[in-house]
Design a protein around this ligand. Structure first.
Ligand code: ADE
Length: 419
């Protein structure tokens, strides 16, 4: 394969403008990029990134390249690539990109291989595909590896399982564990972009609908909150009693999925687990039900079961597969069950990706600075990094906050003073 694989380099100018537009909402990453340009902390560092190829990711790739990194970027999902952005990165930034929206599984894995063939010192994952590839098939790469970073909840769960089983042989920074990542990207990013994806795919009115949200982690919280904000009656399903209680006290109805399945109009999963929507749910859903997933993998919906149960499959609109069941009910699966916010919309807005990708950029610097000193386990970035990113974001938003007085500081650090 040539040293890139994108849909059409002719899209590069549109992509460049899209990247610049996103950059306006990414002031923290801009500051990091400016420092990287001066200090070149990543000089010659080989980075392979497997991320959603969006305008926001392009701004991260540019910041890393400005720091001296020798980058390769591939897609972390077959449906999430913005082809114009991929073209712009190749054409104007000379960053090799291997990503085409709608690529088949074979091409997806060929692209992953290109990222691994780069012989990375640092890998950046959104879903742990590069790490899994290295550990399962390309162990020859491990000796050159300084460490990896991981963007998403699903990937971090996998990596922690690898560490627990003793198979992780290098340090990983769980970017998702930073507060300035999951409190904002997962909640407000997923909340807004998922509803955006459902609306762009279907153009249905959310007000008055019953929306069933699978899970009540940070992503699902955002989806439930934004669905309610648009006027939906929201039901949350959970397996964790604490999270279920939280959902109930946040004002949502809580019940098992198979009960919710009978009354929901729109189903959205974001749990990170398999078969949250299964055969028994499809069997009782209403005619016209809309089914979407915003978790990393489409396994949250048992699509093979849906395929088997259906007597006919139609495509009434782009991004909608309509399954006709033997009793005539029509169930509408959006975006092949892939992350709907990236399949039919544009992913999280730039303003939250600003903080997520500031964490990614600083994580690569952290791994390099601590080369040889870290253990083969999953690390969170130091608390100071979170505070710094939050402070920069507040400053960019023009918001000032209070500082502790000496008296308050003393009080917080002492135990003698009582009532
Ligand atoms: N994940 C969710 N939204 C994203 C975006 N806009 N860019 C990259 N990764 C994302």
């Amino acid at each position: 394969m040539a040293n890139y694989d994108v849909k059409d380099l002719g899209l590069a100018e549109v992509g460049r403008q899209r990247i610049e537009w996103a950059a306006q909402e990414m002031p923290v990453l801009k500051l990091i990029r400016e420092r990287f340009e001066k200090e070149r902390p990543l000089e010659g560092l080989k980075i392979s990134a497997c991320l959603h190829v969006t305008a926001e990711t392009a701004n991260l790739a540019r910041a890393l390249a400005a720091g001296g990194a020798d980058m390769v970027l591939v897609a972390s999902n077959p449906l999430s690539t913005q082809d114009d952005v991929a073209a712009a990165l190749v054409n104007y930034d000379e960053i090799p990109v291997y990503a085409i929206k709608g690529e088949d599984n074979e091409t997806y894995y060929k692209h992953l291989k290109a990222a691994l063939d780069h012989n990375p010192q640092i890998t950046m994952d959104d879903g742990a595909d590069l790490v899994t590839g290295m550990l399962k098939e390309r162990r020859d790469l491990l000796s050159n590896l300084v460490g990896s970073t991981e963007e998403t909840t699903t990937g971090v769960i996998r990596l922690k399982a690898m560490a627990k089983d003793g198979v992780l042989s290098f340090p990983v920074v769980a970017v998702n564990d930073s507060l300035t990542k999951h409190l904002f990207d997962n909640r407000y990013g997923t909340g807004q972009s998922t509803l955006d994806g459902v609306i762009r795919a279907t153009n249905v009115l959310i007000a008055g609908k019953t929306v069933v949200v699978g899970g009540y982690g940070w992503c699902s919280k955002g989806i439930a909150m934004r669905s309610k904000g648009l006027g939906a009656d929201v039901i949350v399903t959970e397996i964790d009693p604490v999270k279920a209680l939280e959902a109930a006290m946040d004002g949502f109805r809580v019940m098992p999925m198979v009960e919710a399945a009978r009354i929901g109009d729109i189903f959205i999963t974001a749990t990170g687990d398999i078969h949250v929507l299964d055969g028994e749910d499809f069997a009782v859903m209403k005619d016209g039900a809309i089914i979407a997933n915003s978790g990393h993998f489409n396994v949250e919906i048992n699509i093979p079961d849906l395929e088997k149960a259906a007597v006919e499959k139609r495509q009434p609109r782009a991004y909608i597969d309509q399954y006709v069941m033997s009793d005539g009910r029509r169930l509408n699966l959006l975006g092949e069950g892939r992350l709907i916010n990236l399949a039919s919309a544009e992913g999280h807005p730039s303003a939250v990706m600003d903080m997520s990708f500031a964490n990614q950029a600083l994580a690569s610097e952290f791994l390099l600075r601590n080369k040889g000193k870290l253990e083969p386990k999953v690390y969170a970035l130091p608390e100071e990094v979170d505070r710094e990113i939050a402070a920069l974001k507040l400053a960019a938003m023009g918001l000032n906050i209070d500082t502790l007085t000496a008296e308050q500081e003393h009080y917080l650090n002492s135990w003698e003073e009582g009532t």
